[in-house]
Design a protein around this ligand. Sequence first.
Ligand code: ADE
Length: 426
Amino acid sequence: MNYDIKDIKLATSGLNRIEWAERQMPVVTKIRERFRREKPLRNKRIAACLHITSETANLARTLSAGGASVFLCASNPLSTQDDVTASLVRDFRIPVFAIRGVNRQKYYQHIKSALSCGASGAINSPHITIDDGADLVTMVHSERREMVKTIIAGMEETTTGVIRLRAMERDNALLYPMFAVNDAQCKYLFDNRYGTGQSTMDGILRATNILYAGKIIVVCGYGWCGRGFAMRAKGLGARVVITEVNPLRALEAVMDGFEVMPMRKSLKLGDVFCTLTGNTSVIRKEHFLLMKNGAIVANSGHFNVEIDIPALEKLSKKIKKNIRTNVDEYILKNGKSIFLLGEGRLVNLACAEGHPATVMDMSFATQALTAEYAINNVGSLEPKVYPVPTEIEDWIAKLKLATMGIKIDTLTEKQQKYLSSWCEGT
Ligand code: ADE
C-alpha cells in the first residue's frame, strides 16, 4: 500500500482518538453498519481531501465499509492529526497522504497522490471526489481533465468550496456533477454554527489562555460561522463587536444584541480579532497599523488569505516565532506588537482539534449518504451543483434526535389536511 504519513508508531494514540470520536458519532456508526452489510459503494474509488482528524477517520472507515477504496489527503497543511493518519494506515488499511506542517509543494504532491488513488505508475482515476475547499475539483479541472470520464460526482464540505463551484457552474466551466453538502441544513446549521462557534473559541483559548470575560472580541463576518462564534464569545462574557458588508446580516447582528461597526472603528477597541468571512484581505495593512498594542489576530475562514500576512510581515521590524505554541509575535516598526495565531490558518484546526465529533457526525453522515445517492443515480446527474436530497437530511435529523433520546410530535390528520389546503380560512 502506497501512503505518506509522519510516523506509523503514532498509531495507538490515533486509534484511541478515533474510537473516542466514534462514541459521539452514532449516525455515522449506524450508516457504517448498514454499509458493511449492503456494500453500496462496492468497487468504487473515493479520493477525499479533508481535514484529517479523528472524525474524518470515522467517515473514511464508513466509506471503506461500504466497499469503496478510499484515498485521503489533507485540505489544510496545519490540520492533520499525525497519530490519526498512522492509525488509518495501520489499523484500517486506508492510504493517507498527509503530514502536519508540510510545505506548499508537498501539500499539492499529496493531493495529486490521493487524486491518482495512490497509483505509483499509471494514474488511477477516482469515481467520487470529496472536498473541503475544492482542491481536488480544482486539480481535476486544471491538470487532470481526463479523469472526468471516470468521475461520477463530487461532494463539497465547506462554504468557500461551494462559492467556487457556483462560480464554475455560472461560467459553464464545471465538468462533473457536484453536491453542495455545506448547504444542507443538517450541515451548516450545526457544523458551521455550533461546530465553528465552539472550536474557534477552543483554538484561541488553547493558543493564548486569555480570559474572555471583559475582552472586546471583533468578529469579522456574521455568516453561520461568525454567528456561532459571536454567540459563544458573548456566552463567556466577552464584549462582542461585529463587522459586516452585508446589510441584512449586519441588521441581524444588531438585533441579536451585538455592536456593529466598520472595521476601521473597531481597531482601537479590539483585544482579539477573528475573521470568518470566506473572503480575502479582510484584515490588512491599514488595519494592523491602528490596532492596540498586544492585539491578537486569528482566522477561522477556510483559506489563510483573510489576514494579509505578507503586509503584516512588511510592517514588522521583528518576528518572534512560537512565543507560545501556535503564537507568533509581530513587532511593528511603530513599536506595537501583534500576535498571530496558527499562522493565520483555520484557528480551530491549527490550534485545537476542529469541530467536536457530535456535529461532524451529521456533516459526515451527509457525505456518506450523498456518495451513495450519487452512485445510485449516476445516469441522471449532469455537471451542475446539486443540493443534498431532502430525504437524506430528514433521515439524519430524525436519527440524530433518536440517538439523543429526544422524541417529537407528529401532525394529526386534521393538521396535515389544513396545511395542504388553500380553502380553509378563519
Ligand atoms: N472541519 C472542522 N472540524 C473538523 C473536524 N473535526 N474534522 C474534519 N473536518 C473538520
